[in-house]
Design a protein around this ligand. Structure first.
Ligand code: SAH
Length: 497
């Protein structure tokens, strides 16, 4: 058995065998892998090619952007998962070649910010990274992260937090496997791995979504449905994706399967609907590729309309299995309202909604703008955006499929004008093609919504170097318990431009 101290931190390496998927191994402690030591370092060189393990007593001096505890070791900075500032602790270090793996072994003096994580899978799963901190400490960490990154541009506003920072995810995907006793288990992959952690509840998921996949797991045996095994390529059910319309109550279940031949599918759908009459649509998605992507290309609606509808900021949105939709609708309303406020629309402006997804921000903005032009790479999302604009009776919005950078370059080349650009790129941020076209189009305002403030700060620097200045920066906690933080900023054209 694992020993857990007062904070739920495991102090031995053995783990509960029955949780382990068949034939796979993983250390019990959440370890930090591949902590690369930069530059010349004699201890490392001495052990090149050899493995060496030692135990050290360290004191944590701060937190990294990933929420890991920073400690100094032989003049170098290491990042230790689950360690908090001010804490002294024992860590184990194994060096191998130029790499050092460090892991928290024992906390000697705990921080007053430390709490026992509510989730019993916290240290195994890794999907959340901040549950060992109390709410105030989480808030401070996120605010400090944004303050540090945005320092060149001004002082960010206080982060908008969530009253009930659990149960918020409207989308979940679960994976299935076999344990040592060859019983079917379901749960999530541990962070950055394909190690399945068997669980029956994820505290940030919508509770209904967890109930549904557990029913499916229990149905699998009687329907002779085997979980898909990535190593052997055998088995059938790869994942279950559940999307919940938090306002509408509509629920989509996507059975991601390895083969299009789904024996007994009608009975399966019937039994699932009987157990959960609240499900409004069921789809089958065939993913027969050797990939870590959840969804494949082939999709078939087994029941219902194939999409769910939800309401956000007073407008209705149809969401399909593949299209992006913000996962925390409560905080999304705060984020979008802030973004629209920052856009300062008067009813006349031409607004570009770049990286528009299913058109949410653009359609909400269309009520206060002259015209909206949305651009998005994912064709399903564009189809949804067009459909959503019709459903909401919006007449002044157009949506285009394509790369936002290329689209903007073409707009700039045609000499087209835009008054406001609202941009919401993926984690990698925008690119030079896009940003240089913004500079050419000279909108008087850019509203930058981002789920990765590191790339946001990089892109903002480009705009500031090319005639813009930053007016407001508003962090929003869209992903409580995790290190992720959303941030929206208002960037305006300087007068002389
Ligand atoms: N604004 C939307 C979506 C934001 S997520 C919302 O709030 O719901 C980022 C979106 O950018 C995704 O829909 C993704 O498909 C899209 N995307 C990624 N790369 C892109 C590119 N190069 N050009 C245009 N859209 C892109």
């Amino acid at each position: 058995m694992n020993k857990r101290n007062n904070f739920g931190y495991k102090t031995q390496k053995k783990r509960n065998q029955s949780n382990k998927p068949y034939g796979k191994k993983r250390s019990a402690l959440a370890t930090q892998k591949g902590n690369k030591i930069q530059g010349k370092h004699s201890t490392i060189n001495k052990h090149r090619g050899n493995k060496k393990k030692e135990t050290l007593e360290v004191t944590c001096t701060g937190l990294s952007n990933e929420g890991k505890g920073i400690v100094q070791w032989e003049g170098k900075q290491l990042e230790i998962e689950h360690l908090l500032p001010g804490e002294t602790a024992e860590i184990t270090m194994s060096t191998s070649g130029r790499y050092v793996n460090s892991e928290l072994k024992r906390i000697i003096t705990p921080s007053k910010d430390r709490v026992r994580p509510i989730c019993s899978y916290y240290y195994d799963c890794g999907g959340c990274q901040l549950q060992h901190m109390n709410e105030q400490a989480q808030k401070r960490f996120k605010q400090d992260t944004i303050n540090k990154l945005m320092k060149p541009f001004g002082k960010p506003d206080p982060i908008l937090t969530m009253d009930h920072p659990y149960d918020y995810r409207n989308k979940s995907h679960t994976t299935f496997g076999l344990n040592r006793e060859r019983q079917i288990i379901g749960g999530l992959y541990a962070q950055n791995s394909h190690q399945l952690i068997s669980m029956d509840r994820c505290l940030i998921h919508d509770p209904k979504a967890d109930e549904i996949w557990k029913t499916i797991k229990d149905m699998m045996k009687s329907f002779k449905m085997q979980p898909f095994n990535e190593d052997t390529g055998r088995g059938f059910l790869r994942h279950v994706l559940v999307k919940v319309g938090k306002v509408s109550g509509e629920i989509m279940v996507v059975l991601v399967v390895a083969s299009p031949i789904f024996k007994g599918k009608n009975n399966f759908v019937k039994a699932l609907r009987k157990a959960h009459p609240e499900i409004t649509t069921i789809l089958m998605n065939v993913n027969n590729r050797d990939t870590s992507m959840v969804l494949g290309n082939q999709e078939k609606v087994l029941f219902g309309k194939g999409t769910i509808t939800d309401t956000l900021c007073g407008m209705k949105f149809d969401i399909s299995a593949k299209s992006f939709y913000q996962i925390n609708p409560v905080q999304t309303e705060k984020l979008y309202s802030t973004a629209i406020e920052m856009a300062q629309l008067t009813g006349k402006e031409t607004v570009i909604d770049a990286y528009c997804g299913i058109g949410t921000i653009g359609l909400i903005a269309s009520q206060k703008a002259g015209k909206v032009i949305g651009v998005e790479l994912n064709k399903d999302a564009v189809r949804d955006a067009i459909h959503n604009s019709k459903c909401n009776g919006v007449k002044n919005a157009r949506f285009y499929q394509g790369d936002a950078g290329k689209f903007m370059v073409e707009m700039a080349a045609r000499g087209q004008k835009a008054d406001v650009v609202i941009m919401d790129p993926p984690r990698a941020g925008s690119d030079e093609a896009f940003l240089s076209s913004v500079v050419k189009l000279k909108p008087k305002r850019v509203v930058y919504v981002s789920c990765n403030p590191v790339t946001q700060a990089r892109d903002m620097k480009y705009l500031v170097q090319n005639g813009y200045e930053v007016k407001d920066i508003q962090p929003v906690d869209m992903f409580p318990q995790t290190v992720h933080v959303e941030c929206v900023s208002q960037i305006v054209l300087r007068d002389k431009n």
